[in-house]
Design a protein around this ligand. Structure first.
Ligand code: SF4
Ligand code: SF4
Length: 473
């Protein structure tokens, strides 16, 4: 198999030999100051790096150069994403699953986990609970099960979610994380109005992949790896990729992630919308110590920094799998979206599960409420944003990317963050959160470069106080 980023065949665009050569090259050059300086100089142009270049930075062992990588990641984060952090929550619809993934408690053979599937009425109740927290953006999660979770169920659930208007609440963007499927089904998801289609590769290492997915349709490495191509052919132009760090060597996964991004760019002219960086967590039936590729917090930070430097335009997501302390560290280095107040069990927003009925996919490390997370972010100097404007304005795929690349998107993100935060403060915040948020908004209005935009934002903020909602640029 020859390496070819523009190929439609999984083993050609995620090419094992190319990854091995990349890792060798990175090892051979991890102390090569001249090369590392050249790569850093290229990275400072803020147009990204190839997987080989980024792999050298990831392996770099020179402390001063590592500091430069971190510093550059911070600068890129600041320049492209400012101090805004977009908020979202996962919504688990069903944990029925026919696959045999060794690292996930929803695998078919787990007979003691409680199996649940939400009815449309239960989804309504979950969504109302999420709206009452203040969420506007959801990521739908289900196991793969053609009988229990057919595409019609997912489509009906999306329609239900978008239809619920409770008090001032609304879910304005539904991202979907379901198993690899057909072009036809992706087209249906697009028609249902999904935002991003998210699918984690879990591991790019084919042999490990097949071992970790011994049974079920997910066993097919190529079908899974080529899913984003089918999604894009089906018209979904925002896709989110990711791996589960801990399953394989992190250096291998890192190269695979960037090669996947390069492939999408080569074939469709637009890279992934987001990259997620989950790490393996403890869960019912799953002991992370049984997997020997776990990574330390230090390596994790370096991965985040190197991804930020390698693909500046791609959003980066971190979930409540990570602790508050870890989240705080990686926010500075490149994370642009986080979940808050998450429940990883089916039906978990309406009521907490008794222990004997555990249906959760993983143990949450960050157990704070959304309001606590919002307040914490603001105390750290970030603006929690509930913005969903791009998708609703049709700014997706290459339209979104060209706006990003011209730097114009900043003129939308910042005012939208302030206006959606204001909505949150008016409708859901605790008094102290509201006080901190109001002061932050006043300070941040002055950072909007165009005076005309400042004026519009002030007017809209006043109208939000009067009860109007959903302003956006
Ligand atoms: S990771 Fe997904 S496909 Fe695998 S068992 Fe869990 S829910 Fe099923
Ligand atoms: S304006 Fe677009 S890119 Fe910016 S935060 Fe909103 S949805 Fe995201």
């Amino acid at each position: 198999m020859n390496y070819n980023p523009a190929s439609k065949k999984a083993e050609e665009f995620i090419n094992h030999e190319e990854i091995l050569e990349t890792l060798e090259y990175a090892q051979a050059n991890k102390n090569n100051v001249e090369l590392i300086d050249q790569i850093l100089a290229k990275a400072r142009l803020k147009k990204g790096l190839s997987h080989r270049e980024a792999a050298v930075l990831l392996d770099c062992e020179i402390p001063e150069k590592t500091q430069e990588i971190f510093e550059l990641a911070r600068q890129i984060k600041e320049e492209f994403y400012g101090n805004r952090i977009v908020m979202f929550a996962p919504l688990y619809l069903s944990n029925y699953c026919v696959n045999g993934c060794l690292y996930c408690p929803y695998h078919l053979k787990n007979k003691h986990i409680a199996r649940k599937k939400l009815t449309q009425e239960e989804i309504r109740r979950e969504v109302i609970a999420l709206q009452d927290m203040g969420h506007k953006r959801l990521a739908l999660e289900t196991g793969e099960d053609p009988v229990n979770n057919p595409i019609e169920y997912i489509l009906e659930s999306i329609r239900t979610i978008y239809s619920i208007k409770h008090k001032n609440g609304a879910i304005r963007r539904v991202n979907v994380n379901i198993a690899a499927t057909t072009v036809e089904n992706y087209r249906k998801l697009k028609e249902a109005g999904i935002g991003t289609y998210i699918l984690f590769q879990e591991t790019y290492h084919k042999e490990s992949y097949e071992r970790l997915h011994p049974t079920g349709p997910k066993h097919n490495y190529c079908y899974h790896t080529e899913a984003m191509d089918r999604a894009m052919e089906g018209g979904i132009d925002d896709v989110g990729i990711g791996v589960l760090f801990g399953l394989e060597l992190y250096r291998y996964e890192f190269a695979g992630l960037l090669m996947h991004a390069e492939h999408l760019e080569a074939v469709f002219g637009v890279g992934p919308h987001t990259i997620s960086v989950p790490r393996l967590r403890r869960a019912d039936d799953i002991d992370p110590d049984e997997f020997d590729n776990g990574i330390s917090d230090e390596i994790f930070e370096k991965i985040v920094a190197c991804i930020r430097v390698a693909v500046p335009y791609t959003g980066m997501i971190i979930s409540t799998r990570e602790s508050k302390a870890c989240r705080e560290r990686v926010l500075k280095l490149g994370i642009s979206q986080i979940s808050g107040g998450s429940r990883t069990s089916v039906g978990g927003y309406v009521e907490e599960e008794p222990e004997e009925e555990n249906s959760a996919q993983f143990d949450v490390s960050d157990n704070r409420t959304l309001d606590q997370v919002v307040r914490w972010l603001m105390e750290l100097g970030y603006i929690p944003s509930f913005c969903t404007a791009c998708y609703r304005e049709g700014r997706t795929g290459d339209r979104f990317m060209s706006l990003c690349k011209s730097g114009q998107i900043q003129n939308c993100c910042h005012p939208n963050a302030l206006m959606t935060l204001k909505e949150y403060l008016e409708d859901y915040a605790a008094p102290e959160t509201k006080r901190i948020g109001e002061a932050l908004i006043q300070k941040e209005i002055g950072n909007i470069p165009k005076e005309k935009v400042q004026e519009i934002v002030r007017k809209n903020l006043a109208e939000i106080e009067q009860g109007k909602r959903d302003f956006r640029f």
